[in-house]
Ligand binder design. Structure first.
Ligand SMILES: Cc1cc2nc3c(=O)[nH]c(=O)nc-3n(C[C@H](O)[C@H](O)[C@H](O)COP(=O)(O)OP(=O)(O)OC[C@H]3O[C@@H](n4cnc5c(N)ncnc54)[C@H](O)[C@@H]3O)c2cc1C
Length: 480
C-alpha cells in the first residue's frame, strides 16, 4: 500500500481533502480527477511514488506549486506533490531549497540569513518548475536566468535511482535541468543555488492612460533594454474592469537594484521617451531585498495570507480563472507601429478580462552561450504575450472557441517579432515545430538526454521531450 510507505500523505478521491488536493493554480483543471495526490515529505516518499506508479502502470504527474499554464502537473494518474518539501537553508556560500518551495516562502526563509535568490514576479510559483524551465524575473537583467545559478540538484530518476547532478556528476542531466523544462528528466527534490548579491532594492509602480498605450509600450521597451541592468521591469495592459472609471490602463512596475536617485532619473527618462506623463508614479523607500520583493508580490498581505486560499488557515491568495494565452520571446524593442498592432490584437473593443504582458529580459541572461545550458534564448530581450481569462469556467469549458480564436489572433500578431518561446510561459496551442521554438538547437541534445535518463517516457506531459519510445501508461485502481 502506497499510503503505508509514505511519511507524507496520500489523498484519494474518497478523502475529504481531495477537492483541495487536486487543485492547480488555474481553476480550469478542477475538472481533472487524479487517481490520488501524494504529498511527499522526503526524497524517499518521492521514490516510493515513482516505484508505485511503475509497478501499477499508472501515470505520474510531478507537481511543485501547480502553476503550469497548460495543466502539465496533473492528470488521471498519481500526482507526486512536492509542496511540503519546502525548506530553505544556507550551506556555506550557497543555499539549498526544497524543490517544492514557493517564491514568497524562499524569500522569507532566506531573509534572516541575508541571502537572496532569483524569483519570478508571482508569489506562489514553485521554484521546481520555475528553475527547470529557466526562471525569469526582475533580477534577470542584472544576474541572469535563475537556472544559471543552480550549483547542483538532487534528482529521483524514472528507474528509481537518486542522483546528484552537477558540473561533475551527471553533467548531461545537469545541463538539461537548467532550462529543459520540468516534468521531463526526473523529479528534482532539492536545488543547491548560488545566491545573488542584491541586499537592497527599491520598488516602483507607474500607471498610464490607455490613450497613450502605444507610445508607452514602444517607449518602455526601448527604455528597458537601454537602461542600466539595475532595472528590472514589467509592463501590463489591464482591462477596464481593473482600470479607473472602467477604462483600461497601462501599468509599468518593477524594482531597481541601485540608488533610488538613479531610479527617479530613469523614470523621468521613461516619461521623456514616451512624450506623456504617467497618471500615477510611486517609488517606495529602499529596503531589504526580501521586504521589497514581498511588497511587490504580496502587497500588505502576510506570508501566510499570500498563499492560495485553502492551503493555509489565513491564506487569501487568489486563483487564476479559465485562461487561454499566447506568449513568445522577442529580440528587440517594438516600434510604435508594432506596439499599435499588439494593442489592436489585445482589442480595446472587448470587455473581457485580458492582459498584454511584457517582462524585460536581456542583460546578464544574454552573456551566457546558447548551448551552455538547455535554456537557449540568449538573445531574447522580452517575454511578450497575451492572456484572456473567464471566471465562468463551466461555460468556457463548453465553448472555449472564442478564447482560442482570440489567443490565435494574438499569436499571429506576435509571430513576426518572435525569436522563440519560453517553456514556462507556453502558448495554449501546441504548434508544429514547438520543440525547436522552445529549445532551438538544444532540442536534439535534450532528446538524447531523455533517452538516456527516461527511455520509456515515464515522465511526460502535453509538451514533454520525446524519448522516442513511450510505454503504455494506464490509470488503474490497483494497489493504492
Ligand atoms: C500567475 C503566474 C505567474 C508566473 N510568473 C512567472 C515569472 O515571473 N517568471 C517565470 O519565469 N515564470 C513565471 N510563471 C511560470 C512558472 O515559472 C511556471 O509555470 C512553472 O513551471 C511553475 O512551477 P510550479 O512548480 O508552480 O508549477 P507545476 O504546475 O507544479 O509544475 C510545472 C511543471 O514543472 C514540473 N515540475 C514541477 N516541479 C518539479 C520538480 N521538482 N522536478 C521536476 N519537474 C517539476 C511539473 O511536472 C510541470 O511540468 C508564472 C506562472 C503563473 C501561473
Amino acid at each position: 500500500m502506497l499510503r503505508d510507505e509514505l511519511k507524507g500523505e496520500l489523498v484519494l478521491p474518497s478523502d475529504p481533502g481531495y477537492q483541495l488536493a487536486k487543485q492547480l493554480q488555474n481553476t480550469e483543471y478542477d475538472s481533472v480527477t487524479p487517481y490520488g495526490v501524494a504529498y511527499c515529505a522526503s526524497p524517499q516518499d518521492v521514490l516510493a511514488c515513482v516505484r508505485h506508479a511503475r509497478e501499477t502502470g499508472i501515470a505520474a504527474h510531478v507537481r511543485g506549486a501547480g502553476h503550469s499554464f497548460n495543466g502539465w502537473s496533473t492528470g488521471t494518474g498519481l500526482v507526486i506533490d512536492l509542496s511540503r518539501m519546502n525548506r530553505a537553508a544556507v550551506d556555506g556560500p550557497n543555499v539549498r531549497i526544497g524543490a517544492g518551495i514557493q517564491s514568497l516562502d524562499a524569500l522569507d526563509a532566506l531573509k534572516p540569513h541575508g541571502r537572496q535568490i532569483i524569483t519570478g514576479t508571482f508569489p506562489t510559483v514553485g521554484q521546481g518548475g520555475f528553475l527547470s524551465g529557466g526562471g525569469l524575473g526582475w533580477q534577470t537583467r542584472k544576474f541572469g536566468v535563475a537556472s544559471d545559478h543552480i550549483v547542483s540538484a538532487q534528482v529521483v530518476l524514472a528507474d528509481g535511482r537518486t542522483v546528484r547532478a552537477s558540473a561533475d556528476e551527471h553533467p548531461d542531466l545537469f545541463w538539461a535541468l537548467r532550462g529543459g523544462g520540468g516534468g521531463n528528466f526526473g523529479i528534482v527534490t532539492q536545488f543547491e543555488l548560488r545566491p545573488v548579491d542584491a541586499p537592497r532594492l527599491t520598488g516602483f509602480e507607474t500607471l498610464w492612460s490607455f490613450r497613450d498605450a502605444a507610445d508607452v509600450l514602444a517607449a518602455w521597451q526601448s527604455w528597458a533594454v537601454e537602461e542600466s541592468e539595475d532595472l528590472g521591469t514589467s509592463l501590463v495592459v489591464l482591462p477596464g474592469i481593473f482600470g479607473p472609471g472602467g477604462e483600461p490602463i497601462v501599468k509599468v512596475w518593477g524594482v531597481h537594484h541601485g540608488a533610488s536617485e538613479e531610479l527617479e532619473r530613469a523614470l523621468d527618462a521613461l516619461t521623456d521617451r514616451a512624450g506623456v506623463k504617467p497618471v500615477h508614479r510611486e517609488v517606495s523607500a529602499p529596503g531589504a531585498y526580501a521586504d521589497v520583493m514581498h511588497e511587490a508580490l504580496c502587497g500588505s498581505k502576510t506570508v501566510q495570507q499570500c498563499h492560495r486560499t485553502g492551503t493555509h488557515p489565513d491564506a487569501v491568495g487568489h486563483r487564476h480563472p479559465y485562461t487561454r494565452q499566447a506568449y513568445r520571446l522577442t529580440g528587440r524593442a517594438v516600434t510604435r507601429t508594432e506596439a499599435e498592432s499588439l494593442l489592436q490584437a489585445w482589442d480595446p473593443g472587448l470587455d473581457d478580462e485580458r492582459y498584454l504582458l511584457c517582462i524585460a529580459l536581456g542583460g546578464a541572461a544574454n552573456r551566457v552561450g546558447r548551448t551552455e545550458t538547455a535554456y537557449v534564448h540568449r538573445e531574447a530581450q522580452f517575454l511578450t504575450g497575451f492572456q484572456m481569462a473567464t471566471r465562468d469556467a463551466a461555460a468556457a469549458a463548453q465553448g472555449p472557441a472564442g478564447l482560442d480564436a482570440w489567443a490565435d489572433r494574438c499569436g499571429a500578431a506576435l509571430a513576426p517579432l518572435a525569436t522563440g518561446s519560453y517553456i514556462n510561459f507556453p502558448s495554449s496551442r501546441t504548434q508544429a515545430g514547438w520543440e525547436t521554438d522552445h529549445y532551438g538547437e538544444n532540442a536534439a541534445r535534450l532528446r538524447e538526454i531523455k533517452q538516456a535518463y527516461d527511455p520509456d517516457g515515464f515522465f511526460r506531459h502535453g509538451r514533454s521531450i520525446d524519448s522516442g519510445r513511450k510505454r503504455g501508461q494506464q490509470t488503474t485502481k490497483a494497489g493504492r
